[in-house]
Design a protein around this ligand. Sequence first.
Ligand code: UD1
Length: 419
Amino acid sequence: MDKFVIHGPTRLEGTVAAAAAKNAVLPILAACLLTEEPCTIRDVPLLEDVRTMARLLRSLGVKVEQRKHTIKIEAAGKIERTATYDIVRKMRASYYVLGPLLGRFGDARVSLPGGCAIGPRPVDLHLKGIAALGANVNLEHGYIHATGRLRGGSMLLEGTSGPSVGATANTMMAAVLADGETVIQGAACEPEVSDLGGFLTAMGARIEGCGTPAVRIRGVKKLRGAEYRPIPDRIEAGTLAVAAAITRGNLEVTGCEPAHLASVIDPLRRAGVTVETGRRKMTVNAERRPTPVNIATSPYPGFATDLQAQFTALLAIGDGTSVVTENVFESRFLHALELNRMGAKIDINGRTAVVQGVPSLAGAQVMASDLRASAALVLAGLAAKGETEIQRIYHLDRGYESLEQKLNGVGAKIERVSY
Ligand code: UD1
């Protein structure tokens, strides 16, 4: 296993590039199952989650060839229909093979994913989506087995926490080859869902309304292979922006789409950070402790839950008290307990964290609990005085490509140590 040893405090300065969006790449790779023709995906970030998706596709008999950041996928010949527990338990997004396998072959068996560090993450909406398309859905020995020739249908995919990114994407992938028209109401509007729509359209699918709560799909008989470049990762870009703010640094973040980042740029500015946006880039400059701001996560275009932990780390050194409300997931505050070990003063009460800003954090040994929590601890380590040691960095490697190298390139002092 690897850990990070970070020496702080440091001030970040320079130019750093964000990669393509993990959360767009994963469903796009799964969507390649919808055709027997070869597909080429470019700019793919080298992440553990991408490797896991490639492993899953290979386990189904799909040909996957990767050369640096380009992946070629060909789902021809005999394709298996089962995503095993072994792979699904490692990565929930393995669930994305359900829609395409069912849509193309009328048969998919996917292990139930089980628990997760950020709270219960049910799959009821995924199943509601495919059931509305006429699939027979059964639970067999821990596996969801879905069968049947799909036909278009209408459904409302919203749950109590709002729309679901995964259920929207899965239902879209199932519906593109169904007979007739499908209307998904309450669809997730995240840019990654729209990007999947862009890829499916490039494959010959007929989809309208992606990026809005009502997606309309007219089924086609067959899809063709396509070449695609996914959108930039707004979560990585947002993490880098907060890295500039927390170190009172000055970073130019390139390869990002500022239009997707409005919900994080606005609270950064309210916190006294200067953010200037340009074409596919932004510069972030901070000169003092952040002014307290309250944030509440919500589905896109609201403040992304995947940036909540990082922003909480920033507010931990704020000049006053901020309130952070997590509306998307039930228990996504494990990072706060670790931040408190570094001297932060964060009180958790249900879905709310009251963050009483302190002048500075102190390096400590901490443990990463999930992907974005790990990123928050790295940011805290950059700003903290002394040495911070972060264990279980494998969480971070799932979603950030060589984050330590990127940050070291702009002034951080992070060492990766195997133990
Ligand atoms: C995706 C992202 C994840 C992000 C999340 C919310 C990927 C690979 N992951 O996860 O990084 O944090 O969106 O932006 O893209 N829910 C149900 N029933 C379901 C499905 C979801 O109740 O069948 C609930 C979830 O528990 C959660 C909310 O809906 O409270 C949103 O979850 P969802 O949008 O589905 O998240 P994921 O697609 O798993």
